[in-house]
Design a binder for this molecule. Sequence first.
Ligand code: NDP
Length: 306
Amino acid sequence: MHSIAFYSRHAETDLWLTPLQQALPKAAIKVWPDYDESATLALAWAPDQAFIDAHPHLKVIINMGAGVDAVLALRLPKDVAVIRVKDGGMAVQLAEYCCEASIRFYREFPQYEQQRQQHLWQNNLLNDRAKYPIGVMGLGVLGEKIAQALRFFDFPVNGWSHSRKAIDGVQCYDGGELEAFLKASRLLICVLPLTDETRGILNYHHLSLLQTDSYLVNVARGGHLVEADLIKLIHEGKMRGATLDVTQHEPLEHNDPLWDMPQIRITPHIAGKTQIDQVLAQVVPQINRWFTEQRVEGMINTHKGY
Ligand code: NDP
């Protein structure tokens, strides 16, 4: 019988296990801290080092999410293949999230929310959309969908990625053109993977390059943003605010200053939630492939970190 090592910090472990066991009736799925030392394949979300160390024969780790930073931060068995979920139902949710934040900023809905508090029926002028260019950092599976969704609303959209992309209606910049990309953008959406190169990329210097009265949406990882720099820029009046789905420390400490800033909206890392059926549709064929052919597809580049 094939042994699968399973680790999840999701509260809904049973929601995963029942369909997984149905799809793989011959597999012995061991849910950590129960384990089988001889397992060669792990299915995991944000595992800890003890889980990895308990399985010295692992050859494949299937990450049940899009971002692999938590897995790659661990000491892994030599030459282990790491696979991740691509989209898994998250792209459309991230597009919804980013469009909501962008439209709210552009249409000045916070102003109308304030007016409502004052029982004030006042019709303000509509902003000029051309003055709200949006920059999307990271044009992978998720970033491309976000950029396309913003284009649907006719926003001017810029995109930045390591290698230059070609996306209809989107002004694309490559890795060496970060400064030009930032200067051309007023709203900035970060959907980059967290790697050695991108950690802290949303810092004072880079955020200062955005156009006047700028706004940040971070749906990537808390490690991308230097939170003190964002707070400083807002206090200096250089940035209007931010919508943060991710923070440096999660969960965000009860007494963290970010909570008390009215210019900052915070959600608890929910912008894109994995859809179990869509994830299993990717994962089950990989598991079958591994146990029948000893190979998997779409490994991430562990040196690049994504
Ligand atoms: P992909 O690997 O498909 O895309 C990554 C993109 O980032 C690529 O366009 C890549 O460029 C670009 N990139 C990476 N490093 C650099 C760099 N140093 N400079 C410039 N561009 C760079 O990832 P996904 O779109 O699937 O996911 C992106 C991230 O979104 C995840 O890693 C995760 O952190 C986050 N996420 C957040 C969720 C949430 O709920 N908040 C949910 C799911 C994911 P190139 O293609 O040229 O290499």
